[in-house]
Ligand binder design. Sequence first.
Ligand code: DGY
Length: 323
Amino acid sequence: MDVLVTGRLPDDVLALIQKEHSVEINLHDRPMDRERIISGITDKAGILCMITDRIDREVLDKAHHLKIISNFGVGFDNIDVQAATERGIPVTNTPDILTDTTADLTFALILASGRRVVEGDKYTRAGKFKYWAPLLFLGHEVTGKTLGIVGMGRIGRAVAKRASGFDMKVIYTKRKRLGKSEEKALNIEYVNFETLLKESDFVSLHVPLLPETRNLIGENELKLMKSSSFLINTSRGPVVNESDLVNALKNKTIKGAGLDVYENEPELTPGLIELDNVVLLPHMGSGTVETRKKMALMAAENLLSGLNGKTPPNCLNCDKLAN
Ligand code: DGY
């Protein structure tokens, strides 16, 4: 069968797909052109797509033979799952395997923003480090501080575990509160959103992008945060209103931020790059050699299983598809 793969995969994983199917692949490091996806999908039985591809009704209307949509990523806000379900097409993602990797990067951002790691690096490279001084590059302690986690799913929990190694108090908010025994095991305390914003030294976002989480953090929420606090986002960019964040960072409404994702990715809101109190990364939360390999393999296995007419593992809508 014919398959569309919209981004590069490790050779051995690609070979696994090519063993059974004929593959049209985008070998560039930039996303496949939307027009190419729309024209390419017409005769394809499967698509292994990237989180940067918008697989919406316009694309699906051209997909006359599609049996499976396999997303390379855990977040699937790029896919209109409802539209795929209406057409009887299974959609899969790559959960679990990137949880620790993304939690590690979240902590890297907490430490980098709190301890001014990037500013210090720039200063040293610029040849400005002439002598040690007691007040040089003072950051903010991470150990013992309060971490507020918004969204206590897999990644939120993995971040909470790491925080315990830093003796942090962890408070969280979530649509559906966890059970008491789980809260106790993770040593976390449930609070409402407003309390979390007011009490946290670091606010870390771990919610999926949904209509109700779009711009969850804007001017009002930033105003509730302490002027000494930091905002960390490794979830999805549009969860934060980026212009409001730029204003808050400029006006010192909050102390700083660490971002791996952007509202109009890969574009940055004007003003963001001029600011020293924000650490900016290129959406690399799951970006380790080990994890990206596992993601590629999982996405390929999901794809192959759908092409073979089986219920694919990690299916997001199989329970809603007619048998
Ligand atoms: C995901 O999987 O959703 C990440 O954002 C990309 O690795």
